[in-house]
Design a protein around this ligand. Structure first.
Ligand code: ADP
Ligand code: MG
Length: 386
């Protein structure tokens, strides 16, 4: 079973008023000048299949200025079955998000994002380089995001764990200020450990798989040096409960929980060198790409389905050899949507086999498939009739 996104309708999403984009399996290239809506379009695809923006946690941002709601509808086709799933995400500031699958409300955002929409996505935005270059929280976010698309229970555990740590921290400060006694801490310790262990188990399971795929992806993208990712614990699961107990004094003083998965990190290395601290910009960018490819491999291994690849402006910073490698990689994926300002980054032969979507000012101007350009007016109706 292979699913892909066949059509997307954007209503009041970012700079799109109301437009429809038809997508093909394989490579789709979104081309346009700067500030026309390429990134917004990729964001909209992610919004449709996960229910959230990968670029912001502040939902009102995606609503078109001056509009009072945003809505994305998508048709997800399963190859060979002739069947199609209709999904929609509606959002009006101040109201709960509305997620529907074939007209029925999705049970939860977590289940919608973890396959409920019918397809998953792995995306790359230029800012993602912070996964390799940035703070431990950026790497944890990457890991938790990936695991949440695989299992809604993981997403729930992440949310509940964060809340439990926050509540424990509040209590720590109350104890410090003399409003509570230290004895009350043990209840929160237990809760934090229970939830934290779920996170650690999920991450421990994923790490070796990611490490293997990361190493082979970076070998293809960079060279023969051995690349690796390795989890680094603030405390191991065996010592978790005890370490939390032992930290009482220090935690009360700081008013913060010092050990647990919210303090963990993972190392990224190439040829034994720590890329987070010593990597060049170029190495960090390639390592970020390799991590995204590893995420795709992991999703495929765990679910049996290839996720959609959404890669924003990935070609501009690469040399010719790597561009060629990436173009081939995208062409052979179930579905990839790649944005660029410059079609010349893709070879002629590649473009013949791809679909090219030309956009300008928040609207689709033209779609070219098999070398044949189609005006958009004829396509718009297809959304309603399909
Ligand atoms: N909520 C919004 N409503 C209307 N326009 C927006 C909104 N958010 C961003 N934009 C506009 O969208 C344009 C950028 O689109 P973007 O997809 O980032 O362009 P690019 O083609 O360079 O990737 C900018 O002009 C920005 O001002
Ligand atoms: Mg952009």
């Amino acid at each position: 079973m292979t699913s892909y996104l066949r059509a997307l309708r954007l209503v009041n999403f970012r700079n799109y008023a109301d437009d429809t984009v038809l997508l093909k399996p394989g490579l789709n290239v979104v081309v346009g000048d700067n500030a026309q809506g390429k990134t917004n379009l990729l964001e909209a695809v992610a919004f449709a299949v996960t229910g959230s923006s990968p670029r912001t946690t502040n939902d009102p941002e995606v609503v078109r200025w001056g509009a009072d709601f945003a809505r994305i509808e998508a048709r997800i086709a399963t190859e060979g079955s002739g069947q199609e799933r209709k999904v929609a995400v509606g959002y009006a500031p101040g109201q709960k998000k509305r997620l529907t699958v074939d007209g029925a409300p999705a049970p939860s955002l977590a289940s919608y994002a973890a396959g409920g929409a019918g397809v998953r996505a792995v995306n790359f935005f230029p800012d993602d380089i912070r996964i390799v270059k940035g703070a431990p929280s950026d790497r944890r976010e990457f890991l938790d995001g990936l695991l949440s698309t695989l299992r809604p229970s993981y997403a729930r555990a992440t949310g509940e764990y964060a809340k439990a740590v926050q509540q424990r921290n509040q209590l720590l400060r109350r104890i410090r200020d003399g409003f509570s006694s230290e004895r009350t801490l043990s209840t929160w310790d237990r809760k934090v450990v229970d939830l934290g262990e779920q996170l650690l188990r999920g991450r421990e399971e994923a790490m070796p798989v990611l490490d293997e795929h990361f190493a082979s992806s970076l070998r293809a993208l960079y060279g023969p040096e051995k690349a690796a990712v390795r989890y680094s614990y603030s405390v191991t699961p065996d010592e978790y409960a005890e370490a939390l107990r032992e930290a009482h004094g220090a935690d009360i003083e700081r008013g913060a929980t010092s050990v647990g998965p919210h303090r963990d990190d993972f190392e990224v290395s190439l040829g034994g060198v720590d890329l987070i601290t010593f990597g060049s910009q170029g190495q960090q960018r390639l390592a970020t790409l390799a991590l995204k490819f590893a995420a795709r491999d992991h999703v495929r291994g765990a679910t049996g389905e290839d996720p959609i690849l959404l890669f924003d402006d990935v070609m501009s910073e690469l040399d010719g050899r790597r561009r060629e490698f990436l173009a081939g990689y995208f062409l052979e994926s179930t579905q990839a949507v790649i944005s660029t300002t410059n079609l010349e980054y893709f070879g002629e032969e590649i473009l013949r086999r791809a679909q090219v979507i030309r956009i300008s000012g928040g609207a689709v101007m033209e779609t070219t498939t098999d070398g044949v350009a189609e005006r958009v007016a004829e396509q718009r109706g297809s959304f309603r009739t399909a």
